[in-house]
Write a protein that binds this ligand. Structure first.
Ligand SMILES: Cc1cc2nc3c(=O)[nH]c(=O)nc-3n(C[C@H](O)[C@H](O)[C@H](O)COP(=O)(O)OP(=O)(O)OC[C@H]3O[C@@H](n4cnc5c(N)ncnc54)[C@H](O)[C@@H]3O)c2cc1C
Ligand code: FES
Ligand code: FES
Length: 1377
């Protein structure tokens, strides 16, 4: 057959001779089902998750699996039922999963939301009453960059079989109330009810009753009219009210598996009529990479097909093959799909062990391993249990649902999780060809880097795993950059067998990640034989042999030589301790048990809004339901226009080089390629960006690896990208500077300097009791918005006019730059933005270049041109957060009072200015963080390097500046032997103090109050004692605690940017259209603006509509950033609406009780102008850096956080146990949205300072971390197990002149995420004290597992240290810049 048949959302689909290169994702999107998103194309983000159901002829059962559509070839869908997010519900009639995620604030930008919806939906299809644990685990393959996961988890857990919250309920009449006290001890039923606490404690929580002399009752039961309304936790009440309205989940209403497909599956596998290859498709497209696709349904059919096509690529789960095609441009001309062969999924149980059919998916394997564990008992199933343990942290659900055991083995990856355990277990592999079948011990299978014993015409049929004997122990360990969904750094399977005398009779120590292939440490095993397990001397000799045998070179591919060796030793130690325990052998070393990740919980707290109709309420994001149902459109979801073309990038393979020639003739010869464009093809101004120091396309010099040098314009994206490989560019390589340290050494700086000097620093340093010098470094951070950058440019055919739909935060600059590039007046260009799938600063200036590429293509072709970057392209060209290095000299008293600070800071700006000067200014202006420092001298410079231009990122330099000070305070505290929190508290600014940039803090300064409040409420002191106690009792696991304040200055440093404009129309039917200059990128700006408009116009929220941001409705706008959009556009909208309200008031007065539609019509008939523009300029600001005069910031958003962590000092892995945050955000415009911003920003800050490491090759300047595979943002498993957020209530807002006294919130909480870093530092300190390490602790950010493990400096780390002599002259594999 050459056509495929499947069902899509309940509808039958037949595709004749399908495109053999097409993935399911591309197919869905081309057919208009754009709810399924492309976030990475490599299986790492889950944005493309769909549910695939199939009928299994082996078990006669229907299975439902979440699958990454980006790695699923379309042809493999034959006979299956695909359900996408559109198949569930619509925004008018959402599925309960969609409704709950949307209305409980689980969708911000919404780009990840369909993926989360589908993961949860699949879980419910398989298990309608899941546990909370199962719910958390079902998201292990989904990434979200906006929400911090908490609201998604909260929403999902409403499906769990536990009450959502015991204390809050909704009565039959719909009113929400907090439950009555349940017992005699009082208490409202809420977990933290003040009545369950001692009076002293209660006073600290701010409980109103504790202040009350009667001290009786429970404040949380009080109603608003009691005057104690602020004590009611409105967040819980709001949540309960929303939950009360949810539809019940009824699984019988879900789409059924089409009975036809059961018949279809049975027909195609009928043994009487064997279709040896039920699909045999020959591509009709000469440009197709895959020319022939075969799908046998029997093993015989497979072996015959392979015999006839010995060069064919076998495809099982396609998770490796698919990524090779996508990322390495591998072309496999003949492919044989083997995953539908039932025989290859069989399991045979024998007396010796279990034989697993090779094509068992890893998810199916997990399930059967659980069953065998129960059936055969612990002793016999040691190896099986170790494999099961491996699978816990193997990729995400979507990968495990399709990837197979044999796929994993055949890839022969040196960092495979399963292979070391199989090797240690002594597994045997059965290989078959058309002529013979043979069994190969796995120890003879791996021949070298990705080389195995499989012959050209052979198939790996099954894997046999022997049972273990009574005195045998097998364990598997893995350490990766992140806990889950991450390939290992080092992995191992360790086995030991002892006799009744505990003498070792057999041992196998198999490691991955220390050689080009999985290896057995044979010398170590030999050293163990005959020894007594449990004897320290045996351990020492095994460790020594293992380390000696697996020694890594400093420059080893993959880097981290010392860390990897430490892991080798640490795993052995862990194994020794746990196996001794299991065998009942006593051993001297104690190793703490690994923690089991507990289910997370969370709490949000805010008070009731009394005086406003709409503003302040926790209204859900207005587009949330559209986002959860896949209806919301992002730029690449726009349907293709007739004749549309695509852009492919020709990217530089050098970090710094002169372009000698560009030859596009080979690319142009490919049918469908329309243009190859280079610098000479720019019709107008090729220079762009703030300082006009970048070229749209380089005319002479390339400045970073990956820089787009030319563009291919072609009929499809795949063709354009493919053709780009055929453009021949000749270069003359030039020397490159990559890192800050290199730039400093070579004095490679941009000319501008900034300095802030106050007081006599030298004199203050002289008077100090202690002067300390040091440095701080924090690395780059990638924005990792889930929607990569893209644009569609549509020429209008007249006067050069062009409409550009762009994924940008900065539409006006896109308009202006494209006008200049094309040599047109700005009036001829319209930039339109519906929404962004996340941004975080990354789609400010850098998005302009991408939109300009599309415009250039459209200009030359006079056709609509689309660009949508792949994740790896995006990460290479888009610019990141500035890496930061700072030196400091601080003078303090014995008590820790800071007297003076001199700081010199250097940012890595990359190759162009971009916004770096602003970032350095912002950085300098935040070095003080929340501390009064009488004498300061802060100066900063931007390094010019040959890397992409670093750019705006949430926090905009401020978090780097604050990091310098906070890490400095830690070092000061260590030196003074005073808790760093004491020093922080001692130095906090008080009202009336003046900052280094001459800002006097007024009644709006709330950090000291929040510090005290949180410290008491989160029981900091008690927990500190508990942490210390834990650390005394625990050897290898250490806990850490940190409390961190932050303030964030609000306003753009460039004065003219502090303005906003809006345009509001009231139509004659009473509907209202608001347009303003701010861009909706998930932060809920449009929702807030609609609330401001509704409040001001005194209309219901539903009557306000915001369609998009466009430069023809809101001109000369400021980009959305700096967390000031709701300030600027809120006032602009308010000003316009106030004027409209004034104009309408006479009609309202005359027509009391009439609907607004009638009032609007009356005003229109009366010739009243119902269109108003609103404008707003932030008052009072304007700062002079030369004179240190004027006001730099309008106000400060402030907060305090406490983080508690637990660190495994043997591996560097950690768990964030608890986080408490309090934020002062004035009188919030929307409390639920703002809490979402706090949680999301905190999590992003946590990622910045812990797991997110951006690495470059020091030799080529090539970026090594180009996707979710090797760049690790936090997952749902990484967030605090107990995550509490509270908004400061009752603060004096009289000094705030902002819209409705609110404060911007997007960026300020980000730095608080670094509290996790500092808590980890605290834990490392505890370990070092235990080890007696005297040297000062200096830790750079991010605190990756490697950083943390090595900082512990225990004996194992010392043992594997590579001597300096062996490092000299060698270049590390990767570097931070
Ligand atoms: C996002 C992501 C996360 C991952 N995380 C992890 C992880 O945490 N730990 C880990 O160890 N690995 C991880 N991997 C790698 C993963 O193990 C492999 O991609 C997967 O196991 C391959 O299985 P597959 O069935 O998809 O193989 P395919 O991609 O279909 O095939 C892989 C190779 O095996 C060959 N092959 C397949 N079946 C047979 C057979 N029966 N006989 C002979 N040759 C065969 C194919 O020809 C091909 O060369 C991850 C991969 C991705 C994409
Ligand atoms: S797009 Fe498929 S997993 Fe990211
Ligand atoms: S809402 Fe999850 S990525 Fe934006």
């Amino acid at each position: 057959m050459s056509s495929i048949l499947f069902y899509l959302n309940g509808q039958r689909v037949v595709v004749d001779t399908p495109d053999l290169d097409m993935t399911l994702l591309r197919y869905l999107r081309q057919t208009g089902l754009t709810g399924t998103k492309l976030g990475c194309g490599e299986g790492g983000c889950g944005a493309c998750t769909v549910m695939v159901s199939r009928y299994d002829t082996l078990t006669s059962q229907i299975t439902h699996a979440s699958v990454n559509a980006c790695l699923c070839p379309l042809a493999t869908i034959d006979g299956k039922h695909v359900i996408t997010v559109e198949g569930l519900g619509t925004s008018a009639r959402p599925h309960p999963v969609q409704e709950r995620i949307a209305l409980l604030h689980g969708s911000q930008c919404g780009f990840c939301t369909p993926g989360f919806v589908m993961s949860l939906y699949t879980l419910l299809r398989n298990k309608p009453n899941p546990t909370e644990h199962e719910i958390e685990e079902c998201f292990d393959g989904n990434l979200c960059r906006c929400t911090g996961y908490r609201p998604i988890l909260d929403a999902a857990k409403t499906f769990a079989d536990v009450a959502w919250k015991q204390g809050t309920s909704v009565l039959a009449d719909g009113t929400v109330h907090v439950a009555e006290a349940k017992n005699n001890s009082g208490g409202c039923g809420i977990e933290e009810c003040c009545q369950l606490k001692e009076k002293k404690e209660r006073a600290n929580t701010g409980c109103c009753k504790a202040k009350d002399s009667s001290d009786s009752g429970c404040c949380k039961l009080e109603r608003a009219d009691s005057g104690m309304a602020e004590c009611v936790n409105q967040a819980e009440v709001d949540k309960a009210a929303v939950i009360a309205k949810f539809q019940r989940y009824d699984p019988t209403q879900d789409l059924i598996f089409p009975p036809f497909l059961i018949r279809y599956a049975k027909q195609t596998t009928n043994p009487d009529e064997p279709h040896l290859c039920s699909l045999d498709i020959v591509s009709s497209d000469p440009q197709s990479w895959c020319k022939r696709y075969l799908r046998p349904l029997t093993l015989t059919g497979l072996l015959e097909a392979l015999d006839q096509n010995p060069d064919a690529k076998l495809v099982a789960g396609n998770t490796k093959v698919g990524t090779e095609i996508k990322l390495n441009w591998s072309k496999f001309q003949t492919q044989i799909y083997i995953n539908d062969i039932p025989e290859l999924r069989q399991i045979k149980e024998t007396t010796e062990g279990i034989e697993f059919g090779g094509n068992l998916t890893l998810a199916a394997l997990e399930q059967v391993l659980d069953e065998f564990g129960t059936k055969y008992g612990v002793k016999k199933t040691q190896s099986l249990a170790a494999l099961r343990n491996n699978l816990r942290y193997f990729a995400g659900n979507q990968i495990r649902n399709v990837a197979t055991i044999t796929g994993s083995i055949a890839v022969a990856s040196p960092i495979s999780d399963l292979n070391p355990t199989l090797l240690a277990a002594g597994a045997r592999l059965t290989l078959a060809s058309a002529n013979e079948q043979r069994v190969v011990p796995i120890s003879k299978f791996f021949l070298g880097y990705q080389r195995t014993a499989i012959q050209r015409n052979e198939v790996l049929v099954s894997v046999f795993v022997p049972f273990t004997s009574e005195f045998e122990v097998v364990r598997a360990f893995k350490q990766a950059k992140r806990k889950n969904n991450t390939i290992a750094i080092v992995t191992c399977g360790l086995r030991i067998k002892v006799d009744s005398d505990q003498r070792i009779t057999d041992a196998a120590f198999a490691y991955g990640g220390v050689a080009p292939t999985t290896v057995l440490a044979k010398e170590a095993a030999h050293a163990a034989l005959g020894g007594k397990w449990g004897d320290k001397s045996v351990l020492d000799s095994v460790l020594a042999a293992c380390v000696q045998e697996l020694q890594l070179d400093y420059a080893v591919p993959g880097g981290m030589a010392e860390y990897r060796m430490t892991l080798v030793a640490s795993f052995l130690l862990k194994f020794w301790a746990t196996s001794c325990e299991q065998l009942g052998v006593s051993c001297s070393e104690s190793v703490d048990h690994d923690d089991d990740l507990v289910v997370s919980k969370a709490r949000q707290e805010y008070a009731r809004i009394e005086d406003r109709a709409i503003v302040g309420r926790g209204v859900a994001h207005l587009a949330a339901l559209k986002q959860a149902t896949g209806e919301a459109r992002y730029v690449d979801d726009m349907p293709a226009l007739q004749g549309e073309l695509h852009v492919g990038l020709v990217m530089s393979p050098h970090a710094h080089a002169r372009i000698l020639s560009i030859d596009g003739s080979l690319a142009l010869a490919l049918p469908g390629v329309v243009h190859v464009l280079a610098a000479k093809d720019v019709p107008g101004e090729n220079h762009w960006n703030v300082f006009k120091d970048e070229e749209i396309l380089p005319s002479d010099i390339v400045h970073y690896y990956g820089q787009p040098v030319a563009l291919v314009i072609a009929s499809s994206q795949k063709l354009a990208q493919d053709a780009a490989q055929h453009v021949i560019v000749q270069y003359e390589p030039l020397p490159a500077i990559l890192s800050i340290r290199d730039a400093m050494a070579q004095q490679s700086f941009f000319a501008e300097t900034r300095q802030l000097v106050n007081g006599d620093v030298d004199a203050a340093l002289q008077s100090a009791d202690l002067v300390l010098e040091g440095s701080s470094y924090c690395g780059t951070q990638e924005h990792f918005y889930l929607e990569t950058m893209g644009a569609v440019a549509v020429p209008k055919g007249e006067d050069g006019e062009m409409e550009v739909f762009a994924s940008t935060q900065i539409p006006t600059e896109v308009q202006m730059t494209i006008a200049e590039v094309l040599g047109l007046p700005a009036s001829h260009i319209v930039c339109r933005v519906k929404r962004l799938g996340g941004s975080f600063g990354g789609k400010e200036t850098r998005s302009i270049l991408i939109a300009a590429f599309a415009a250039l293509g459209a200009h030359h072709s006079d056709r609509s041109v689309r660009i949508s970057l792949d994740r790896n392209e995006d990460m290479q060209v888009s610019g990141q957060r500035h890496p930061f290095f700072g030196t400091w000299t601080v003078g303090v008293t014995h008590e820790g009072k800071i007297l003076a600070l001199r700081a010199r800071v250097y940012l890595n700006g990359g190759f162009s200015h971009d916004l770096s000067i602003g970032v350095v200014e912002h950085g300098l202006a935040h070095i003080d963080n929340c501390y009064r420092i009488p004498a300061t001298d802060f100066a900063g410079r931007v390094c010019r390097t040959h890397t992409q231009a670093n750019t705006a990122f949430r926090g905009f330099g401020a978090c780097q500046g604050m990091f310098l000070t906070e890490s400095m305070l830690c070092e000061v505290a260590d030196r003074l032997r005073i808790p760093v929190e004491t020093i922080r508290q001692l130095n906090l600014y008080q009202q009336g103090d003046v900052t280094p940039f001459s800002h006097q803090l007024n009644s709006d300064w709330n950090v000291p109050r929040m510090w005290d409040q949180l410290k008491a409420k989160a029981q900091y002191e008690e927990r500190r004692l508990a942490v210390d106690k834990f650390n005394r009792q625990s050897t290898t696991r250490k806990r850490g605690l940190a409390m961190l304040p932050t303030k964030f200055g609000m306003s753009f440093g460039v004065k003219h940017l502090n303005q906003g404009m809006a345009l509001v129309h009231v139509y004659m039917d009473g509907s209202v259209l608001v347009a303003h200059g701010g861009v909706e990128m998930g932060q809920g700006l449009h929702t807030k603006m609609a609330m401001v408009a509704a409040e001001t116009l005194k209309l219901p929220l539903e009557s306000i509509f915001i369609s998009e941001t466009a430069t023809n409705t809101a001109a000369n706008t400021t980009g959305s950033g700096g967390s000031v959009s709701s300030d600027l556009y809120g006032y602009a909208v308010h000003n316009a609406c106030r004027e409209l309200a004034d104009r309408l008031q006479p009609y309202r007065d005359r027509m009391v009780g009439e609907p607004f539609a009638k009032i609007a019509m009356a005003a229109y008939l009366d010739r009243c102008n119902l269109t108003v523009t609103g404008h707003y300029c932030t008052p009072d600001i304007g700062y002079n850096w030369e004179t240190n005069e004027g006001q730099l910031f309008f106000y400060f958003t402030q907060g305090v956080a406490i983080a508690e962590v637990e660190l495994d000092t043997l591996t560097g892995s950690h768990t964030t146990l608890r986080v408490d945050i309090i934020m002062d955000i004035g009188r919030s415009l929307n409390k639920a949205i703002d809490i979402g911003q706090i949680e999301g920003a905190f999590t992003q800050g946590q990622g910045w300072s812990t797991s997110e490491e951006f690495l470059y090759s020091p030799t080529t300047g090539r970026l090594f971390t180009t996707g979710p595979g090797n760049y690790k943002i936090p997952t749902a498993m990484d967030i605090a197990r107990d995550f509490r957020v509270e908004l400061l209530e009752g603060a004096d807002t009289s000094a705030l002149k902002t819209i409705f006294s609110s404060k911007g919130v997007g960026e300020p909480p980000l730095f608080l995420g670094a509290s996790v870093f500092f808590a980890l530092r605290d834990a490392v300190g505890a370990k070092r004290r235990q080890e007696g390490v005297e040297a000062p602790l200096h830790m750079e950010s991010p605190a990756t597992p490697e950083t943390l493990r090595m900082a512990c400096e225990d004996q194992l780390a010392q043992m594997v240290k590579i001597p300096q002599a062996l490092k000299d002259g060698k270049t590390p594999f990767v570097i931070r810049i």
